[in-house]
Design a protein around this ligand. Structure first.
Ligand code: ATP
Length: 359
C-alpha cells in the first residue's frame, strides 16, 4: 500500500483563486519525489497542504491509508526545510540542531547522541560550537536540514532549500541531500523550479503547470517520453527545439526544407492533414552531416558557445531558430552553412491544438 496518497486534492484560496486542481499521487515509503514547475504553478501550495500548514479545500490526503486532512503537522509526523534557513542566530549549531528535541523534553544524553549522530551524517561535527553567522550558506542549510532530520518523522519536506546558495554550492548540496536521503531513508518531497535539481535527485518527478499536474514519472520517463509540449520543453537543457507548421500532403516545412512526416508517423499522418503540428527534437539528439533514417536539414550558424564538454550551436533555418549540442571538437565556424540530421527515432511530434504527444 502507498505510504502517502493524494486523491483529487484541490486548493482554493479564500480570495477564490484555484491554485491546485485535482492533484493525484501515490508515494511509497522512502521515495524521493520532486515537485517541479515554473513560479506560481502550485508546488509550494501542494507541499504546504501535505505539511498541514494549509487546509485542503477538497480531496483526501492519506498517510498509511488513513485520512489525515484534519491532522496538524506534528500528528502527521512531518519535518520541513524552507528556502530561508530560519536558524536561531544567537544559538550554536549544536543548540540549533538540538532545539526540537529539547522542546519535546527529551533527556540530555539522548539529545547529545542524536545531535552528534545527525552532525556526523551532515558533516557538521567540527562546526557544532559555531554560531550560524560563522558558517557558509551551504553549511547553514545543512544545519537547517539537521534540525529537521533530528526528530523522528515519516515525511521530510523541502521547499526550494538550495535557492539561496551559489551555483557551485548548489551542485555540492544536491549530492549531499541525495546522500542524506540514502542514509536516512526518509520519505521526501522536494520542491524546486530547477529541472536539473529534479532530474539529478528524484526517484520520481511531478511536473506542474498552472495548478495542474502535467506528468508524473522517473527522470528517464520524462526525458524520453514526455506527454506534452510543456514537459518536453521543461525537462532538458538547453530545451527541446520546437517548430510549428500545418501539415500539407503529409509534409511540413522547417525553414524552407520539406519534411515528410510519414517517415516518422506512417499512415497515421493523414489524420493530421491540414492541422497544425509541433515538431520537436532535442539539441543533443542530432548528428552533424547527412545520415540515413533521419531528417537532413541545412542551417546557418549564428553563434557558438564552447562549454568545455559540449558546444551549443545556435542555428537559423530561414525564419526558424534552433540550438544544437555538438562535440566541442566538431564546433562549426560562425557564419558558415552546416548540414545536420535528426534520426527519425529522436523526433517528437505533438498535436498543435492539444499539445499532446502523437505516438
Ligand atoms: P514559487 O516557485 O513562486 O513559490 P509555486 O509553484 O510554489 O511558485 P505557489 O506558491 O504554490 O506556487 O502558488 C500558486 C498560486 O497560488 C500562485 O498563483 C499564487 O499567487 C497563489 N497563492 C499563493 N498563496 C495564496 C494565498 N494565500 N491567497 C491567494 N492566492 C495565493
Amino acid at each position: 500500500m502507498a505510504y502517502l496518497t493524494l486523491k483529487n486534492v484541490n486548493k482554493i484560496y479564500p480570495n477564490g483563486f484555484h491554485a491546485v486542481h485535482n492533484f493525484n499521487l501515490e508515494m511509497d515509503r522512502g521515495e524521493f519525489i520532486v515537485f517541479v514547475g515554473p513560479s506560481g504553478c502550485g508546488k509550494s501550495t501542494t507541499l504546504r497542504m501535505i505539511a498541514g500548514l494549509e487546509d485542503i479545500s477538497n480531496g483526501d490526503f492519506l498517510i498509511d491509508g488513513k485520512r489525515a486532512n484534519e491532522q496538524g503537522p506534528r500528528e502527521r509526523g512531518v519535518a520541513m526545510v524552507f528556502q530561508s534557513y530560519a536558524l536561531y542566530p544567537q544559538m550554536t549549531v549544536y543548540d540549533n540542531i538540538a532545539f526540537g528535541l529539547e522542546l519535546q523534553g527529551a533527556d540530555e544524553d539522548y539529545i547529545d547522541e542524536k545531535v552528534r549522530n545527525t552532525a556526523r551524517i551532515l558533516g557538521l561535527t567540527e562546526y557544532l560550537d559555531r554560531l550560524p553567522r560563522a558558517l557558509s550558506g551551504g553549511q547553514r542549510q545543512r544545519v537547517a536540514i539537521g534540525r529537521a532530520l533530528i526528530r523522528k518523522v515519516g515525511i521530510f519536506l523541502m521547499d526550494e532549500p538550495l535557492s539561496n546558495l551559489d551555483a557551485k554550492q548548489r551542485v555540492t548540496m544536491r549530492s549531499e541531500i541525495t546522500q542524506i536521503h540514502r542514509e536516512t531513508g526518509a520519505t521526501t518531497i522536494y520542491v524546486t523550479h530547477d529541472q536539473t535539481e529534479a532530474m539529478t535527485m528524484a526517484d520520481r518527478i511531478v511536473v506542474m503547470k498552472d495548478g495542474y499536474v502535467q506528468q508524473v514519472g522517473t527522470p528517464r520517463e520524462l526525458y524520453f517520453d514526455p506527454v506534452n509540449v510543456f514537459v518536453a520543453g521543461f525537462i532538458g537543457e538547453p530545451p527541446m527545439n520546437f517548430v510549428r507548421d500545418t501539415v500539407s500532403g503529409g509534409k511540413i516545412k522547417i525553414g524552407g526544407t520539406v519534411i515528410d512526416l510519414s517517415k516518422k508517423l506512417g499512415s497515421k499522418i493523414s489524420e493530421y492533414e491540414g492541422k497544425e503540428i509541433v515538431f520537436g527534437y532535442r539539441p543533443e539528439a542530432i548528428v552533424l552531416g547527412e545520415k540515413e533514417n533521419a531528417y537532413v536539414l541545412p542551417a546557418d550558424v549564428e553563434l557558438t558557445e564552447m562549454l568545455g564538454d559540449t558546444t551549443n550551436v545556435y542555428i537559423k533555418m530561414a525564419d526558424v531558430q534552433s540550438i544544437l549540442k555538438v562535440d566541442p571538437h566538431d564546433t562549426p565556424e560562425v557564419d558558415t552553412g552546416i548540414t545536420f540530421s535528426i534520426p527519425y527515432e529522436n523526433v517528437y511530434l505533438f498535436d498543435g491544438k492539444t499539445e499532446m504527444v502523437i505516438k
